[in-house]
Ligand binder design. Structure first.
Ligand code: UFG
Length: 332
């Protein structure tokens, strides 16, 4: 049995589906602070299996411990966490408290109950301004916001826990830019308020919810001057988690989950327009503080060690993201 914290969230729900489809039994723990219970119903509908779900905040150690007491857990995949970069600058205490305490609680209970496998949602943000392609052995550099710092700190904490508890099997997965949605169109990314991230912004411009996209800068040293990112389809990312879980062994194992290919903001907009036959009005505005020119992965380690590689294309990502947004709109 695998405990999936944040299993109703964007990446968590896709991973929950992959896990169940590949024969794992799971329990979800989610406080639904940035997700909806209906998403778990969709996970059950897609997989045809029922999934036990506990509405708890994983910073509540007692509530979390009851799950460890009542189930024979084999491992934990820990997604639950706050992830809005801008909000983390405004309210750092909220971010440090939530993201660090949840990770500490889980690790503590894993040690106490001899649950050896721990997969942690990290982020490419821990590379700071190292030059791309980014490799897992690079030194972590300061990030530009408290959210990023919580990811780097949790990585360090888990390293120390591994030294003290060498039987633990820890996977740190550094995500690049997850986009797209489940091919069914039933689950995807549905941020509250105005989206911070590029793809949800584009889909909301496409649906008419937002007027036009602001592209943050076109004077970067990149192919067309706009920022370059490694966009990865969320279904590929989900499968990467299952591969990481299934290949775990003692110690800490770090893997990039990306495609290894850089795509510029403008290239993504053009691909979206072409695949979906919709025009995306945009304007070029000032650079966004804290943004890097380029951020893309070296994915050879994941391919070599996990036998996993992203398969979906930018076109798949654009089509599936739009398909989900259309579905969402039609329900409103
Ligand atoms: N961008 C725009 N307009 C927008 C939104 C974004 O031009 O309205 C641009 C950004 O300037 C950047 C690119 O689109 O060049 C991607 O921006 P996102 O906000 O979608 O993603 P980031 O690469 O900034 O950040 C993402 C995650 C973080 C994570 C980081 C890791 O949101 O959680 O990747 O590299 F830390």
């Amino acid at each position: 049995m695998i405990l999936v914290t944040g299993g109703a969230g964007y990446i968590g729900s896709h991973t929950a589906i992959s896990l169940v489809e590949l024969g794992h039994s799971i329990i979800i723990a989610d406080d639904f602070s940035n997700s909806k219970p209906e998403t778990v119903e969709v996970v059950q509908k897609i997989t045809g299996k029922s999934v036990a779900t506990h509405r708890i905040d994983v910073t509540d150690r007692d509530a979390l411990e009851r799950i460890f007491q009542n189930h024979q857990l084999e491992g934990v995949i820990h997604f639950a966490g706050y992830k809005a970069v801008g909000e983390s600058v405004i309210d750092p205490i909220k971010y440090y408290k939530n993201n660090i305490i949840s990770t500490l609680n889980i690790a503590d209970l894993c040690v106490k109950y001899n649950v050896l496998k721990f997969v942690f949602s990290s982020s490419a943000t821990v590379y700071g301004d190292n030059a791309s392609p980014l490799t897992e052995n690079m030194m972590l550099l300061p990030t530009t916001n408290p959210y990023g710092e919580t990811k780097a700190m949790c990585e360090r904490i888990l390293h120390d826990i591994s030294i003290a508890n060498p039987q633990m099997q820890i996977s740190l997965l550094r995500y690049f830019n997850p986009v797209g949605a489940h091919e069914s169109g039933l689950i995807g990314e549905n941020p509250n308020g105005i989206p911070n991230n590029l793809m949800p912004y584009i889909t909301q411009v496409a649906s008419g919810t937002l007027k036009k996209l602001s592209i943050f800068g076109n004077d970067y040293p990149t192919i067309d001057g706009t920022g370059v990112r490694d966009f990865i389809h969320v279904e590929d990312l989900a499968k990467g988690h299952v591969a990481a879980l299934e290949h775990l062994s003692e110690g800490v194992h770090i893997h990039n989950l990306g495609t290894g290919k850089g795509t510029s903001v403008l290239q993504l907009v053009k691909a979206f327009e072409k695949v979906n036959q919709i025009e995306i009005p945009y304007e070029i505005v000032e650079r966004r503080p804290g943004d890097l020119a380029k951020c893309y992965a070296d994915v050879s380690k994941a391919e070599r060690e996990l036998g996993w590689k992203a398969e979906k294309t930018i076109e798949d990502m654009c089509r599936d993201a739009w398909n989900f947004e259309k579905n969402l709109k039609s329900k409103m």
